[in-house]
Design a protein around this ligand. Structure first.
Ligand code: APR
Length: 265
């Protein structure tokens, strides 16, 4: 066992692509339809903290129920707005990392490619990914709490939260809060993409938060080859056809490099 680990390490130093099983690369090279589900782990290398990790300093004393539910917003809209404004600033200062960039490249390598994300930071789009299916919304967008319409500009009257220019309702971030339903259209699209693909990748997600966590199982049930990329084991790990234990920002670029090399060969 020890010998295998040492050999693996030496191979990795000389040729980083060796960490990706050759059989996986060969099979992936002929895939027509690929679906990828991403979670907070993909943004970790950009320095974007997860919801819970962001609850530090001033915010540590609040529970998720006090910051991310419609009830919390009704009770204390200023607190909730300021919490999201703080997180929006963190996201604005973050940059897409090699995992995001590798997924942009992957999109161009397959006939059909779907990217589903649970992340609300918009980093996939900033990296250049097209048509990202956002299951939990996007922190950089703002909607009217009353009407649900997207609001891009408003007058700065000093109100916190600001008011909707159309109806005077309070503005809120366009994210899915606890106790709120998932966006129907996105969920439907994600389900179709997961049940109609040759390969399904679950990247940087703990696969414990439902309904997104059901998507890899749906892909498995539909006969897709399921690949997990995560440095830590998750409930999906024992069922995945391939579990690549590593950081997304390392494994995904290696995978893309190996895939391109195999297509040229
Ligand atoms: N590369 C890949 N995976 C990583 C990396 C990395 N560099 N760093 C951490 N991870 C993995 C962790 O091991 C963990 O399994 O990312 C996963 C992050 O898990 P969660 O924090 O539970 O994030 P996620 O699965 O996206 O959670 C889903 O829950 O908190 C809510 O709404 C929030 O969208 C979020 C949802």
């Amino acid at each position: 066992m020890e010998l295998i680990v040492v050999v693996g390490f030496l191979k990795r130093r000389n040729n980083p692509a060796m960490t990706i099983p050759a059989e996986l690369v060969q099979r992936l090279a002929t895939a027509k339809s690929v679906t990828v589900l991403t979670g907070a782990g993909v943004s970790a290398e950009s320095g974007v903290p997860t919801f819970r990790d962001a609850q530090t300093g001033l915010w540590a004393k609040y529970s998720p129920e006090e910051l991310a539910t419609p009830r919390a917003f009704r009770r204390n809209p200023r607190l909730v707005w300021e919490w999201y404004e703080w997180r929006r600033n963190l996201v604005a200062g973050a940059k897409p990392n090699p995992a995001h960039l590798a997924l942009v490249e992957m999109q161009n390598l397959f006939l059909r490619f779907h990217l589903i994300t649970q992340n609300v930071d918009g980093l996939h789009q900033r990296a250049g990914s097209r048509h990202v299916i956002e299951l939990h919304g996007n922190i950089t967008r703002t909607i009217c709490f009353e009407e649900g319409t997207i609001v891009s500009t408003w007058k700065d009257t000093g109100d916190v939260p600001p008011k909707c220019p159309a109806c005077g309702g309070l503005l809120r971030p366009d994210v899915v809060w606890f106790e709120e339903p998932m966006p129907e259209e996105e969920m439907q699209e994600a389900m179709t993409a997961s049940t109609h693909c040759d390969f399904f990748f679950s990247v940087g997600t703990s696969t414990v938060v439902y309904p997104a966590a059901a998507l890899p199982s749906e892909a498995l049930r539909s006969g897709a080859t399921v690949v997990e990329i995560n440095p830590q084991p998750t409930p999906l790990t024992p069922q995945a056809h391939y579990a690549l234990a590593g950081a997304a920002g390392v494994v995904l670029p290696e995978l893309v490099m190996a895939l391109k090399a195999s297509r040229l060969a």
